[in-house]
Structure formats: structure tokens, C-alpha cells
Design a protein around this ligand. Structure first.
Ligand code: DMJ
Length: 640
């Protein structure tokens, strides 16, 4: 309108053209139509996202784009708005819309697509069709007009039968003759699992954990309103132990009562390792569609957490709104290495099962960011900014905050049927740096892995760090001949140290953290570190060491744990953590953690099984001990 106002001393446009009133009206009509067309065309351009961002409010695009199939790229990172600074928990940062990055190098994009193309021949997309991203799901849609017979090919479907045929061992083993003692011990662990499940079912079904002293349920605030953490965590253990009736009870709960339409703050990491990991494993073991569809639906809900300038996800996400933010305690709004570094296995399987590359793209981008950033002394600090992609603090640990990142590197390689050599190299390099800077020997000859704070060592090992014996054992088999024995020895030494932390306590259960200073060896020195919450890491290492060496001491050590659990943690209505491992009359914490059923009891059971039960040839365990298959057939073209 301003353009057409008649300025003093100057004729207006229509007047200047010598037009009369009806003509003027027609001219105006034509002009406004033209303007509307031009404006609309901006939105129809191939990459109209930048215009949408200019004209639409940020929130409006966030959810629509949250499931975009794009990966964050460095180029889009630099073009990101500086308003998107990393905010602590309150108020949450709005999810930043991200779109396919046209600037991402072609080779990378190809690589990402190949990474997701794990299901072999089935067509994800009908020929002559275009991909449409809708609600995060990539659907095949005819390009134009009515679909022809050729174009209406069946949608992508994971070939479960083909996958089952690719396994080299029966999932639950062949059960050859075995010595009666081993069998009896395995049956004891099975009885413990049944006891843990029955009590959960009776007093807390549908809640996240059982409170075995007060005989009620606990919900907590880690899972964003999701319920039934114990159900989902227990599914595969029940199945493997052939607790058929109990497995059916758990399955029925998932079918009838597992509600994903929740609205609350969830830990991206915990939801991924427990729920997605648990559902994926249950699907691969049984072929029951309900587990697959729930896993995929939940996976979609996690995607907005990746909408950051670097694509490094934030730690907390509201599963309803898609808003994400960093943990309030994480320095300077950073993301945690063990959290964003522990998504790879599950996300590759989400892509495999859905035919949608978006999940694989997200985790391959994380790897890209990690490969780009400089590592102090070759080490990976625990805090990284999702905004800049730089380290925020130089704290390095193979225990809490760092742990499962390293685990997922070697397991990514194994899960890819040893094709993902990038992951193997990252693992080898990281382990070399850890050994050089963090691995120490105590005066009493115990090998341990210290923590590193900007170059200063903290001579402490957390219970969580005790998984590393198993991890190094797993990797040892695949180290070059000259390194193999070295890693077998290192794994054995670390496992032995963790065993010492149990053996030196009055309960024969280990503390949350133990130290090697001021004359102390493998014992907690602080009151606050004396508790045991039914954690699995030590028996996890026993299981891997047993499978690697078949040294009977690992079964013996596992049996000592069984006896200690029975004596100190079993209560009338389940199992409970204890507050002090150094007293024989410990007080209970009234919590039966879901990982006790997912991990501790599963690893103990496997310790007393033949090696072909969930064979390591066929399966890798996610960090919550949920078995995910090695893809013997479809990873061939993998991520290289
Ligand atoms: C489990 O939830 C997982 O093993 C995770 O990686 C960290 N530790 C707990 C159990 O201790």
C-alpha cells in the first residue's frame, strides 16, 4: 500500500500510467495477485526451510522438523542462530528445527544412507516415487498422479525370518550335557529372577521399580512419564530363562498398558538403553511385532533432542513436546559423553527395522563431531557443548559419565560384523590413550583405571568402571596377535581388582567407588561411597572373562555374588540395594532397580550357561544387557 500512495509533486503509479478508476482497480488486483504468487513460491522452493524460518515462529517448525531425516552438519552448525544457546533445565531450550543439509558432503550423505541400508534387497521406496518425511517416518509416496501397479509396491518390511536364519546358534543354546553343579547354580539364578519378577508384578506392576520393603511401586523422574521400566527391562531375561508364563505377563502389559503418549522430562540415555534396547531385544528374540512398533514409536519421540547446532543431542527431552535441554548439573549446558555416545547400537537397529535412515544419520553425525574435535592426549573428556562441539571440561573417566561410550565403539564394530573399522580404530586409539594415562598399579599390585581431571589423576574407580574388564576382554579377541595377550591380561587384572573390591567387604558385595590412596586399596574411604545398589558391572566382567578364558574362578566368583545377594539383598518382597557393604547388618535402600533384572541376573545366568546361549558370535549386549543381533547378512555394505 505504501508503494501506491501519491507523493506530493509526483504522480502515483497508475495515474502516471494514465489509467482510469476501473482500470486502476484491475491493475491493483493483478498486482496483489502477483505479490501473493511470489511470496507463496518462496515456500515451494526445494529448500524453503530458511524462508519458513524467517516467516514462521520457531516453535511452529520445531515439531514438524523434529523427525527430519537430516543429520546436523558442520555447515548448518555455523549457520545456526546464536539465539540457540545451550540452556540449563529451566527454562528449556526450544527444539531447533534442522533440515537436510544441502552442504553436507555428498560422500557423507551417501555413507549415512548406506549405514541405514541394513536390510538388504527390500526396496525402501517404490521406483519413481519420492520420499516424504512425515512425523519422522519416511514413507514411499507416488511422485505424481495415481500410483501405477509398479509404484504401489509393499512398504518397507524387515525380513524377520531371514534374520533368524542368519543366526549361527540357537538363541537359547543347544543344552548339551553339563555338570549338575553348574546347572543347579543356573537354576538358582532363575529362581531369583522369578522371585524378583513375581514381587514386582504383585506390588508394582506398571510402576518403574519395586520398593520391596514397603511393597509398593516407584515411578521416579528419569523416564518422562513412561511406566513399566522393570517390565521392559525384564522381557528378554524372562525369555532367555524360559520363564514362559512370566514372559507372557510382561508381554501382555506392553500390549495393553504401555502408553507412549506421555509428557514429562526423560533422560534420552536411559530411555534409549532401557526401553528402546529392551523392546528391540524382545523383538529380535521373539519376532512379536508389538515390540518393534513400540520401539520405533519411541525412537521417533527421541529425535527432537538432536535438534542442536552440532546435532549432538541434549540429555533431557520432554517426550510430549519434543523440547530438550541439558542437565542442570552438567557444566555449561554440556552434553555427556556416556549419554550421547551410547545411542549407536540401538539407533542403527531402529533404522534397520524401519527402513528409515534418520536414526543412523543422527548417530553417524555424533561420530563425525567426535572425530573432528581435538582430543587432549588422545583422551575423550566427559562434557561436550552441543552448541559449539567443543569440550567443556577436561574430566576423563572410564566410569560414570564416560563408560559406555567406549563400550559402544567396540560393540559397534562387532555388531557391524567387523565392517565398521572406523569404530574399531576409535576404540583402539581411545584404549591406548587410557592405558597410557589412566591405567595404574597400586602398591599392592592391583591394576586399576584412575580418573583424569585436566592432567591430575584421581586414584579412584567407580563400580561402573568395572564393566571395563569385560569390554577389554571382548576387544582382546580381536586385537592383533601381538596385542591380544596383553589385553587378555589387562582385562583379567582389572576384573581381579573389581573382585577384590567385593572380597574386601564384609558383605562380599562391592561399594559404589573404591580408592587407591593413603594406604587404601580397593576399598571405599568415604561414607557416601559405601552403598551397593544391585549393580551389574562386576558380574558382567566375570561373564565375559569366563567366555574368553573358561577359567573356573570366574564362575566361582559369580557364585559368591549369588550367595551375597541372597544373604544381604533378598528381603521378603524382592531384592533391595544396601547402604553399606562394610557391615553384615546392612540397611536396605528399599529399591529393586530395573537393571537388576535386565543385567545383574542375566549376566549371572549366562555365566552358568554354555557359550552358545546368546552366543557372542550372534549378539552384542547393549549397555543395559539387552542383546542386539550382529548383522551377518545385511551390514555388508555397512558404514565404510
Ligand atoms: C545400567 O543402567 C547401565 O549399565 C548403564 O550403562 C550404567 N549403569 C547402570 C547399572 O549400573
Amino acid at each position: 500500500m505504501v508503494l501506491l500512495r501519491k507523493l506530493p509533486g509526483m504522480p502515483g503509479w497508475p495515474a502516471a500510467l494514465g489509467l482510469r478508476l476501473p482500470q486502476k482497480f484491475l491493475f491493483l488486483l493483478f498486482l496483489s495477485g502477483l505479490l501473493t504468487l511470489c511470496f507463496g513460491a518462496l515456500f515451494l522452493l526445494p529448500d524453503s526451510s530458511r524462508f519458513k524460518r524467517l516467516f514462521l515462529p520457531r516453535r511452529a517448525t520445531a515439531s514438524a522438523s523434529s523427525s527430519s531425516s537430516s543429520s546436523a552438519s558442520s555447515s548448518s552448525a555455523s549457520s545456526s542462530s546464536t539465539r540457540d544457546t545451550d540452556l540449563p533445565r529451566s527454562p528449556p531450550a526450544a527444539a531447533e528445527p534442522r533440515h537436510a543439509s544441502p552442504a553436507a558432503p555428498r560422500r557423507l550423505r551417501e555413507k549415512l544412507r548406506t549405514a541405514a541400508r541394513m536390510a538388504g534387497p527390500p526396496a525402501h521406496t517404490a521406483p519413481g516415487s519420492r520420499q516424504q518425511v512425515q512425523g519422522g517416518e519416511r514413507r514411499a509416496e507416488p511422485a505424481t498422479g495415481a500410483p501405477s501397479a509398479r509404484e504401489t509396491r509393499a512398504p518397507y518390511r524387515f525380513d524377520y525370518e531371514r534374520f533368524r536364519r542368519s543366526l549361527r546358534h540357537p538363541v537359547r543354546g543347544r543344552r548339551p550335557g553339563e555338570d549338575p553343579e553348574t546347572r543347579a547354580r543356573r537354576m538358582k539364578v532363575k529362581e531369583m529372577m522369578k522371585f524378583a519378577w513375581d514381587n514386582y508384578k504383585q506390588y508394582a506392576l506398571g510402576k518403574n521399580e519395586l520398593r520391596p520393603l514397603t511393597k509398593n511401586g516407584h515411578i521416579g523422574n528419569m523416564f518422562g512419564g513412561l511406566r513399566g521400566a522393570t517390565v521392559v527391562d525384564a522381557l528378554d531375561t524372562l525369555y532367555i530363562m524360559e520363564l514362559e508364563e512370566e514372559f507372557q505377563e510382561a508381554k501382555k502389559w506392553v500390549e495393553k498398558s504401555f502408553d507412549l503418549n506421555v509428557n514429562g522430562e526423560a533422560s534420552l540415555f536411559e530411555v534409549n538403553i532401557r526401553y528402546i534396547g529392551g523392546l528391540l531385544a524382545a523383538y529380535y528374540l521373539t519376532g512379536e511385532e508389538v515390540f518393534k512398533s513400540k520401539a520405533l514409536e519411541l525412537g521417533e519421540k527421541l529425535l527432537p533432542a538432536f535438534n542442536t547446532p552440532t546435532g549432538i543431542p541434549r540429555g533431557v527431552i520432554n517426550l510430549g513436546s519434543g523440547m530438550s535441554w541439558s542437565w542442570g548439573w552438567a557444566s555449561a549446558g554440556s552434553s555427556i559423553l556416556a549419554e550421547f555416545g551410547t545411542l549407536h547400537l540401538e539407533f542403527l537397529h531402529l533404522s534397520e527395522l524401519s527402513g528409515n535412515p534418520v536414526f543412523a544419520e543422527k548417530v553417524m553425525n555424533i561420530r563425525k563431531v567426535l572425530n573432528r574435535v581435538e582430543k587432549p592426549q588422545g583422551l575423550y573428556p566427559n562434557f561436550l557443548s552441543p552448541v559449539t562441539g567443543n569440550w567443556v571440561q577436561h574430566h576423563v573417566s572410564i566410569g560414570g559419565l564416560g563408560d559406555s561410550f567406549y563400550e559402544y565403539l567396540i560393540k559397534s564394530w562387532l555388531m557391524s560384523d567387523k565392517k565398521d573399522s572406523e569404530a574399531k580404530k576409535m576404540y583402539d586409539d581411545a584404549l591406548e590413550a587410557i592405558e597410557k594415562h589412566l591405567v595404574k598399579k597400586s602398591a599392592g599390585g592391583l591394576t586399576y583405571i584412575a580418573e583424569w581431571r585436566g592432567g591430575i589423576l584421581d586414584h579412584k574407580m567407580g563400580h561402573l568402571a568395572c564393566f571395563s574388564g569385560g569390554m577389554i576382554a571382548l576387544g582382546a579377541e580381536h586385537a592383533g596377535e601381538e596385542r591380544k595377550q596383553h589385553y587378555v591380561d589387562l582385562a583379567a587384572e582389572i576384573t581381579n581388582t573389581c573382585h577384590e573390591s567385593y572380597a574386601r567387604s564384609d558383605t562380599k558385595l562391592g561399594p559404589e567407588a573404591f580408592r587407591f590412596d593413603a594406604g587404601t586399596e580397593a576399598m571405599a574411604t568415604r561414607l557416601s561411597e559405601r552403598y551397593y545398589i544391585l549393580r551389574p558391572e562386576v558380574v558382567e566382567s566375570y561373564m565375559y572373562m569366563w567366555r574368553l578364558t573358561h577359567d573356573p574362578k570366574y564362575r566361582q566368583w559369580g557364585w559368591e555374588v549369588v550367595k551375597a545377594l541372597e544373604k544381604h539383598c533378598r528381603v521378603e518382597a524382592g531384592f533391595s540395594g544396601i547402604r553399606d557393604v562394610y557391615t553384615t547388618t546392612p540397611t536396605h535402600d528399599n529399591m529393586q532397580q530395573s537393571f537388576f533384572l535386565a543385567e545383574t541376573l542375566k549376566y549371572l545366568y549366562l555365566l552358568f550357561c554354555e557359550d552358545d546361549v546368546l552366543s557372542l558370535d550372534d549378539w552384542v549386549f547393549n549397555t543395559e544387557a539387552h542383546p542386539l543381533p550382529v548383522n551377518h547378512t545385511n551390514f555388508k555394505a555397512s558404514v565404510q
